[in-house]
Design a protein around this ligand. Structure first.
Ligand SMILES: [Zn+2]
Ligand SMILES: [Zn+2]
Length: 427
């Protein structure tokens, strides 16, 4: 995501002086202030020692030790390296708080004393490893929230489940993992959360807390279309069926789903063909062509509707040419959808935490597996602004130059703490 320089400069002028403003009790603010030095230290340590999905052994070990020291019931090795901590206070509802722990196969290019020099293996290749999506911040923030809430003892009006999740960025072998596997392995059972909150660092200005009701982040599905024709000489096309021309017609047909077929006022959607392959030389019309692509949208029904249209356009365009098309659609992450009622209930809390820095987020066409948790209980996912003040240092998540300004860490701790306490107290 890129924000214009003008927007950033205007925003910093308006927002930064308000970092530090919150509506938590003075005692709570003191407790939070006392854990921030640790949060900063954890974040730097995790940043320097990033681990790829399903290999977060060191990270998970530090988390589990911290949660045990706080007196929590702790489960480890959930969905490989996941950690779940249960903090039981007084009688009341159950809130789940989620942080993802994994890093990316990216070689860090940020000049920091705690920059990553880690090397890992990704799909058989040696790669640099970096917290280029900022999950180091998520883990450190949630460890801080755990310490603050554990300090309340029986004054905590309910139960909090701390969910530290592996492999948000996908599993190394594309198998089921991350949030989906944690849910399958019972992370949301016994006790079952009544609501789930999570956050993601994003290049909004520091101090911003951005979210919106309904679809926040897109669903992301993979498709493969194999067009089968009949191989022939390139000079004698009538003796065969040309899958290259047919595949080209399918590519163009797929582009009419969003531009001509879906209700443009309902929700943004994307159908992208990202790779197309067929043939070996100039004068042979090949037997088949394969294309793969991605489907993104913000609405669960639209998602299924697009799948149906992709199938119909591919098979019927192929049939019109005397070819056949096989369509395979693999479901990826679902829509990260904020429960509208929960959003309405918690918006005043977020306003008190971030002041004018609480803004309506833009929808983003990237995807998040927080959606698996938010399918199990009403969910609210936030973007936490971490863009450094100097616009020349602002890079998107996944960039080797992605850098999160540490001044956002207290805002993250206050946001998740306040959401939890206000939600529990209201029930
Ligand atoms: Zn990411
Ligand atoms: Zn991420």
């Amino acid at each position: 995501m890129t924000l214009s320089r003008r927007f950033l400069v205007a925003f910093f002028a308006a927002v930064v002086p308000q970092v530090g403003f919150a509506d938590l009790s003075p005692t709570m603010e003191e407790t939070i202030a006392s854990v921030i030095p640790n949060v900063v230290a954890w974040r730097r340590d995790f940043h320097e020692h990033p681990e790829l999905g399903n290999s977060e052994f060191r990270t998970a070990g530090i988390i589990a030790e911290h949660l045990r020291a706080l007196g929590m019931e702790v489960q480890t090795e959930v969905a490989h390296t996941g950690v779940v901590g249960i903090l039981r206070g007084g009688n009341g509802p159950v809130v789940a708080l989620r942080a993802d722990m994994d890093a990316l196969p990216v070689k860090e290019l940020v000049d920091l004393p705690f920059a990553s020099k880690a090397i890992g293996e990704y799909q058989g290749r040696e790669v640099g490893v970096m917290h280029a999506c900022g999950h180091d911040n998520h883990v450190a923030i949630l460890m801080g929230v755990a310490e603050v809430l554990a300090g309340l003892g029986k004054d905590l009006p309910g139960t909090v489940k701390f969910i530290f999740q592996p492999a948000e960025e996908g599993t190394p072998d594309q198998s089921v993992g991350g949030a989906e596997l944690m849910v399958q392995e019972g992370a949301f059972n016994d006790p079952k959360p009544d609501a789930v909150f999570g956050l993601h660092v994003f290049p909004y200005p520091v101090g911003v807390v951005a979210t919106r009701p309904g679809g926040l982040m897109a669903s992301s599905d993979f498709f493969r279309i194999t067009v089968k024709g009949k191989q022939t000489h390139g000079a004698v096309p009538w003796a065969g069926v040309d899958p290259i021309v047919t595949a080209s017609q399918i590519v163009l047909g797929l582009q009419t789903i969003v531009s001509r077929q879906l209700d443009a006022t309902l929700t943004p959607s994307i159908v992208t063909v990202g790779k197309i392959e067929g043939g070996v030389r100039n004068n042979i019309i090949p037997e088949s062509v394969e294309m793969v692509g991605t489907i993104r949208t913000f609405d669960a029904d639209t998602r299924l509707d697009i799948h149906e249209r992709v199938r119909r356009i591919a098979t019927q365009t192929a049939a019109a040419a005397g070819a056949t098309a096989e369509v395979e659609i693999d479901l990826g992450y679902g829509v990260t959808r904020n429960d509208p009622a929960l959003f309405r209930q918690m918006a005043p809390t977020l306003r008190s935490v971030a002041g004018d820095g609480f803004i309506e987020a833009n929808q983003t066409t990237t995807a998040e597996d927080f959606s698996y948790f938010a399918n199990e209980a009403p969910g609210l996912f936030l973007f936490l602004g971490v863009a450094p003040e100097d616009p020349s240092l602002v890079y998107p998540n996944h960039s080797p130059r992605f850098y999160a300004d540490e001044r956002a860490l207290p805002v993250g701790v206050r946001a998740l703490t306040a959401l939890t306490l206000d939600y529990l107290a209201a029930q």
